[in-house]
Design a protein around this ligand. Structure first.
Ligand SMILES: Nc1ncnc2c1ncn2[C@@H]1O[C@H](COP(=O)(O)OP(=O)(O)OP(=O)(O)O)[C@@H](O)[C@H]1O
Ligand SMILES: [Mg+2]
Length: 446
């Protein structure tokens, strides 16, 4: 890995450089922003360590310029003293992490190793995606779209590592299914899979729920009870809806994750626990951090590897495979005719795969014959297919355009040349339209 150190202090530069070289990294350094950009243009730098405050150009500006050239570059910002303000800003700028001065070298090395592991995982995603056969996975699932194949290849890479995985996706996209898959593919697979729904625990029972309690620890504690950490020992603990945790509980969770030991309520004896953590949320935790609703340190702890599960409307290829998949699950011999199938792919599925599953179940239960046609489909699918009917012409057109672009990209495995061709527009226009309607190049890359 090539690391570029940018700092105006000579002493700091040589200290970091010497240390990192000894660890076997290829290290370059620059004393100012201009020199750094010069090096950056000519060397394949994978990680930059940036001083936040420098005379010619501050770290923020420099990072923005580097990201403009290579959006994949990783960055650790080094700040004089870490206020929450700076840290949040640093993340908004696209830095992956930050460190306070004076730099703790052990901590630095740890952060670099995490970034290295993440790079290693995401580099191989595209290669592995082509070779995935869902039939060989320990759970039954569909992944026909490129987007979902990329998710799976992230899962395959992430599963054997000890790192915490954060699953992000709308309701019903398959977060729990993926969490189970991560467990079954990990070295903890022979241990238990324990789920904790963070949204459903009363605040006063939180500690007991997590860490357990001794008999008589509080009124009503009639017997000793194990918390989820202890139950999940040697297995996986799935923290579902982690974005719903109130701040005081976040602090307690963080402590347990850091120490890897817990204490039952009413006991003074620390217990070491060996658990793999997988967390899931449908919220944007980064935004929550910026607004002060989610602890930043907990965010960093959970988000070592982030896997984004795209909504079903952005991977319509999967719908074609999911219909027979669910029919099979329900042991049904009923089929859908072409028109009905095509209408199913036009609907937006705010409830994602779970909603599709319910729609199929309901339709076959009410079916009058062996073949489902358009009129047998539920009202919402027949009439509200595709998009919202309200709004101005411009908005409607923009919606249609966005959906067509997403479909074309998905159909062509996110190869933009081909997608543009199929839409009858130039690649340049496609890129412009993608940017305008907020379609990230990497939406399809997990
Ligand atoms: N790729 C898939 N192939 C087949 N079935 C799937 C797939 N993804 C999800 N499902 C099914 O869809 C349903 C919803 O999935 P799951 O419960 O994992 O979603 P979730 O993201 O955890 O939802 P929520 O946010 O509402 O908790 C489940 O029945 C699950 O088995
Ligand atoms: Mg769930």
């Amino acid at each position: 890995m090539h690391i570029l150190i940018v700092d105006d202090e000579e002493l700091q530069r040589s200290l970091l450089k010497g240390f990192l070289q000894k660890q076997g990294f290829q290290v370059l350094s620059a004393a100012n922003g201009a020199d750094a950009l010069q090096i950056f243009r000519h060397t394949p730098v994978e990680l930059v360590l940036l001083d936040h405050r420098m005379p010619d150009m501050n770290g923020d500006e420099l990072l923005a310029r580097m990201k403009a050239q290579n959006p994949l570059v990783r960055a650790i910002m080094i700040t004089a003293f870490a206020t929450v303000d700076t840290a949040v800003k640093v993340m908004q700028l696209g830095a992956d992490d930050f460190l306070e001065k004076p730099v703790d070298l052990t901590q630095l090395l740890q952060k670099i190793q995490e970034i290295q592991e993440q790079l290693f995982i995401s580099n191989d995603v595209a290669i592995i995606a082509d070779e995935i056969h869902t039939a060989q996975l320990p759970v039954r699932m569909i992944a026909e779209s490129r987007a979902m194949k990329n998710v799976l290849s992230m899962v395959l890479r992430a599963a054997p590592t000890p790192w915490t995985v954060l699953l992000h996706g709308e309701t019903g996209t398959g977060k729990e299914l993926i969490a189970r898959l991560l467990h079954l593919l990990s070295s903890h697979k022979n241990g238990p899979f324990i789920e904790l729904n963070c949204a459903a625990i009363p605040e006063n029972l939180f500690e007991s729920e997590l860490f357990g309690h001794e008999k008589g620890a509080f009124t009503g504690a009639e017997a000793r009870r194990k918390g989820v950490f202890e139950q999940a020992h040697t297995g996986t603990l799935f923290l579902d809806e982690v974005g719903e945790l109130p701040l005081p509980m976040q602090a307690k969770l963080l402590r347990a994750l850091q120490d890897k030991t817990i204490m039952r309520v009413g006991s003074e004896t620390p217990l070491a626990v060996d658990v793999r953590i997988v967390a899931a949320t449908n919220r944007n935790l980064k935004d929550m951090v910026a607004r002060g609703n989610f602890r930043e340190d907990l965010y960093f702890r959970l988000n070592v590897i982030e896997i984004e599960i795209p909504p079903l409307r952005e991977r319509k290829k999967d719908i074609h495979a999911l219909v027979p998949f669910f029919l099979n699950t329900f042991n049904s011999t009923i089929t859908f005719d072409d028109q009905a199938l095509s209408q199913l792919t036009k609907y937006d599925y705010p409830g994602n795969i779970r909603e599709l599953e319910h729609i199929i179940q309901r339709t076959i239960t009410l079916a009058r014959g062996q073949v489902i046609s358009l009129r047998d489909l539920p009202e919402v699918v027949r009439h509200n297919a595709g998009h919202d009917r309200s709004g101005k012409l411009n908005q409607r057109l923009a919606q249609v355009e966005r959906q067509m672009i997403l479909d074309a990209l998905d159909d062509h495995d996110w190869v933009q040349t081909k997608a543009a061709q199929s839409l009858g527009i130039s690649e340049r226009v496609l890129r412009y339209k993608m940017e305008k309607s907020g379609i990230a190049k990497n939406t399809g890359k997990g």
